[in-house]
Design a protein. Structure first.
Length: 176
């Protein structure tokens, strides 16, 4: 019981101090299942987001941790550790989960069973299936796909669809 005093006290301080902070960024978010969370999904979090089942916010900067899913409708920066990580905008940092999905530009490291980026990507993707539209970096997985690639793929099936010659290769594929 004594060990819970400090975390509970910190949570109470944040809850009391949060309304005094700027309306567009909150220092902490605790989500059970959106919309059952401290702040609405329209708020941005700069600090820590704890997702018990599913948390959703506009922008996320900092550490995003949860059991099931963390969802950012805008941009993300920092570390995402959830079973499913979704960022609809740009992301800078590290995504670690079963599925990591970024709708905008991605810079950093994705580690998961399924990694996907839609915007310009400067990254290292390591997973069973890696997918990127415009990739600059390295993909390591069973199946690697890039529409456009400046870098290296290592895996069972490697696809760079914009290559004129040998767009699909086993073991290794590259484009420089």
């Amino acid at each position: 019981m004594r060990a819970l005093r400090i975390p509970v006290l910190l949570l109470l301080v944040v809850l009391v101090a949060a309304p005094a902070l700027a309306q567009d960024e909150r220092p902490i978010q605790l989500s059970l299942l959106n919309p059952v969370q401290i702040f609405s999904e329209d708020e941005s979090i700069k600090g820590l987001r704890l997702n018990i089942l599913y948390g959703k916010n506009a922008n996320m900067t900092g550490v995003d941790i949860g059991f099931i899913a963390g969802h950012t409708t805008g941009n993300g920066k920092g570390v995402q550790w959830n079973l499913v990580n979704i960022t609809e905008g740009d992301f800078l940092g590290w995504q670690w989960g079963a599925a990591n999905i970024t709708g905008g530009a991605f810079t950093g490291y994705q580690l998961g069973w399924y990694n996907s980026t839609k915007g310009p990507t400067e990254a290292f993707q390591w997973g069973l299936v890696n997918s990127a539209e415009n990739m600059s970096g390295f993909q390591l997985g069973l199946v690697n796909y890039a529409k456009n690639m400046y870098g290296l793929q290592i895996g069972l099936i490697n696809i760079i669809s914009s290559k004129d010659k040998l767009p699909v290769l086993p073991i290794v594929n590259w484009s420089f």
